[in-house]
Design a binder for this molecule. Structure first.
Ligand code: NDP
Length: 346
């Protein structure tokens, strides 16, 4: 044991932070973890897991349509958004509990609080100051909203998971993973969907044939895809949102969802007090072993903006713990990482 209270203090209870905590504790380290919002982070709470449940739900409309051709008689169908969201919330609560149990069973002390770095070896959480030999920053990312007039009437994917009702008309802005996935979700569940993307063809960086094929298929499913188009401003009248587009057109919808990227969630964590270097996008700069510019502070996951995927954060967290506490230097491998977009079709 060192002169510090703990060997490792982990800030952030998402995929990377939880994996790192458990593995470090398994190597014999005394570990504490602070999470102010929800255990499991973006993936479990407002990302992969609930998204996939909504994707499953959204496929049923097509399955019902196809069923007769395969000899099935399906009765009259009704979709209940509130029931879907309630069941989704129940499943997420179950997973939150599993994450807590995994940490507790590993002997990790959990602070349900925001943690602030006071210096390179001191963290403040829940009114306590904790000295840590090593600190891991795993505080993730957060949706970026554009600065346009009326943006306060719009939501990000964070809020989409908790909408009180399924909007009858939705505008989804963006051409990345989240926009393509939510366009399919809302459309499959019965909303009229307009997806707007600023460039000529969405999913920039993916195979061109696949992108064009997906656009054709989404149009066949009656999604109104508008490329080279963005929302310039939003005005609210009653419950209707009037969105004026950069093309000069306008659309009336009940919900505007921006999926225009996510940024490292670094503000207010005290990274400057500890002297941790950020890049021009606000991401924590790390070396091949996830070490920051401060030798005893490491960072993994979306906050480092390398490849922002759950399995990557898990691999980075695991490699960090093996390197620092397991005497097994491991560099997380960022080559040939597969990506999947759960659009319709995937
Ligand atoms: P992406 O980076 O995938 O896409 C952002 C989209 O928004 C792009 O189409 C981009 O356009 C556009 N955009 C960016 N800024 C603006 C702006 N100011 N005005 C208009 N359009 C803009 O981000 P997402 O939000 O979709 O997802 C965030 C991250 O979450 C992903 O990068 C991914 O790592 C992760 N994720 C992974 C999933 C999966 O594995 N299935 C699912 C969901 C999220 P352009 O292309 O022109 O830059």
């Amino acid at each position: 044991m060192t002169k510090y209270d703990v060997d490792l203090f982990v800030i952030g209870g998402g995929s990377g932070g939880v994996r790192a905590s458990r593995i470090a504790a398994g190597h014999g380290a005394k570990v504490a973890l602070a999470e102010e919002r929800y255990l499991g982070g973006t993936c479990v709470n407002v990302g992969c897991v609930p998204k996939k449940l909504l994707v499953y739900a959204s496929h049923y409309s097509e399955h019902f349509e196809d069923a007769a051709g395969f000899g099935w008689t399906v009765g009259e169908q009704h979709f209940n958004w509130a029931a879907l969201i309630a069941n989704k919330n129940k499943e997420i609560a179950r997973l939150n509990g599993i994450y807590r149990k995994l940490l507790e069973d590993a002997g990790v002390e959990i602070f349900t609080a925001r943690a602030l770095l006071l210096d390179a070896h001191t963290v403040e959480a829940a009114g306590r100051r904790i000295g840590a030999e090593t600190i891991l920053v795993a505080i993730g990312g957060w949706p970026v909203m554009p600065s346009i007039p009326g943006v306060e009437h719009a939501i990000s994917s964070n809020e989409a998971f908790f909408l009180k009702a399924l909007p009858a008309r939705v505008a989804v802005v963006g051409g990345g993973y989240i926009a393509c996935e939510f366009a399919g979700i809302f459309n499959g569940l019965g909303s009229r969907v307009t997806q707007l993307y600023r460039g000529p063809l969405f999913l920039r960086g993916f195979d061109t044939d696949v992108r064009a094929h997906l656009a054709d298929e989404m149009r066949k499913k009656r999604i109104d895809l508008r490329f080279n188009a963005e929302i310039a401003r939003i005005e609210k009248t009653g419950s209707t949102l009037h969105a004026t587009l950069t093309t000069g057109d306008a659309i009336d919808v009940d919900c505007v969802m921006f999926a225009t990227g996510r940024a490292p969630h670094t503000s207010g964590a005290g990274l400057d007090a500890a002297g941790v270097e950020l890049d021009r996008h606000g991401a924590v700069v790390v070396d091949d072993y996830s070490r920051t510019s401060v030798p005893n502070i490491y960072a993994v996951g979306d906050v480092t903006n390398r490849i922002n995927l759950t399995p990557v954060a898990i691999a980075e967290g695991h490699a960090f713990a093996d390197t620092v506490f397991g005497k097994m230097p491991v560099k997380p491998d960022h080559v040939n990482v597969p990506h999947a977009v759960f659009s319709h079709p995937e």
